[in-house]
Design a protein. Sequence first.
Length: 326
Amino acid sequence: MARIFSGIQPSGELHIGNYLGAVKNWVALQATAESFFCIVDYHAIIAAYDPADLRIRRREMALGLLASGLDPQHTSVFVQSDVPEHTELAWIFNTVTPVGELERQTQFKDKSARQESVMAGLLNYPILQAADILLYRADTVPVGEDQVQHLELSRVIARRWNAQYAPDADYFPEPQPKLTPTRRIMGLDGQAKMSKSLNNTIGLMESPEEIWAKLRPAMTDPKRIKKTDPGTPEVCNIYHLHKAFSPPATVEHVAMQCSTAGWGCIDCKKVLAGSMETELVPIRSRAAELRARPAALDEALAAGAEKCRRVAKETMRGVRDRMGFD
Ligand code: ADP
């Protein structure tokens, strides 16, 4: 039976890039296999942070995941630091990972180029990620496109550890990514991927007014200057958001109106705002319910952590045994 694992940083509020690229898929997959969804707080401390703020962001992320539709009856939602085996296995994987592989990671190259002093944690981040996944011996990892290279490294690590310590059995599976149709959502500037760190996001819990204030000036087809210019939907970020949020008939209508200069960009964005509301209203209302019952959130996280600790201990028993630690 397939095992699914994926993680998300406790960045506070979920944005629509996280939601469309990953979390919506998690909700669809949660009941199809044994699944584990992790709030990766050890990953989040690589950048400077405020400890009190981390506590809040961790809870807000848990709330966002449950409000998006993850159901503790079907899946385990948990916090990484509640399962100490993540860091134990990461250390072990440090010993089978060539530094060259880490230095080749695009995210490391991008992020380290912007820093004066680069911490080892930034370089080793994908090792912890491999440990997160392989601790549950997961073979399927629903993620956005930005994580595909890291997953390739997880497969290298699984292969190397297996070759060294379990040559007769594939103890760790080689995990494969599972992408959504909306594998990469661009930010509102249309320049780079939507990411909390780039300040170009729309949060799932933002009000319709806040969303409209961001959508209204958002980048569209750069060649479409006047309302009377016909646009090219495929190059327009707003059109891609329509494909994620609007029903197929609306998407077709939008493409036709844009390419024949029937609608201006603001008309098109108003329809998008309506489609987004249809999807986001139930999420916001579930979030409000959860906010009123904080004990339910605590219970869900405690149950998730308990199940995960059990699975993690089992995996580590095999690892320790094969590596001569008992
Ligand atoms: P962020 O990049 O905002 O810090 P994370 O690194 O915590 O988000 O990513 C959580 C999940 O969301 C990952 O599976 C990642 O692939 C996905 N994701 C993040 N940003 C995007 C995006 N712009 N488009 C599609 N998926 C995304």
